[in-house]
Design a protein around this ligand. Structure first.
Ligand code: NI
Length: 135
């Protein structure tokens, strides 16, 4: 189904328009419309996360797999919350480091708390939760 596209006029100070055009180039957008669409979608995701709806999050981790008991602790947290863990991908980055993406589904506060629990474990060097929503 093709969505109906509408046009609208926007008034803004000159400097903001110049900033908008710089962002378009910097981020590789093909048009102002494309950037504005993305900004609106971002706001929708933020609202979904604030309004306690069911949301999707992707927790990206880099950790040292030589850290004692880390992998075990990470798995325990995930198994305790298994309903909310949809899948995970593990990549061996190098001799020491692993990268893992864990896709989580649930209430925003549940996903945030799982992410904080795993991300806060000793040996985790990088943890970032990407908030998503099918809005
Ligand atoms: Ni690994």
């Amino acid at each position: 189904m093709k969505e109906k596209i509408v046009r609208f006029c926007v008034s803004l100070p000159q400097y903001l328009l110049e900033e908008l055009d710089r962002k378009i180039i910097k981020r590789g957008y093909s048009s102002r419309s494309e950037l504005v669409r993305d900004l609106i979608r971002e706001l929708m995701v933020e609202d979904a996360w604030r309004e306690e709806e069911e949301v999707i999050g992707v927790l990206t981790l880099i950790y040292d797999h030589h850290q004692r008991e880390l992998a075990q602790k990470m798995l325990e947290i995930q198994h305790n919350q298994y309903v909310k863990v949809l899948c995970s991908t593990h990549i061996h980055l190098d001799h020491h480091n692993c990268l893992e993406n864990i896709v989580l589904k649930g209430k925003p506060n549940e996903i945030e708390s799982i992410s904080i629990n795993i991300g806060g474990l000793r040996g985790v060097k990088f943890a970032k939760l990407t908030k998503a929503s099918n809005v």
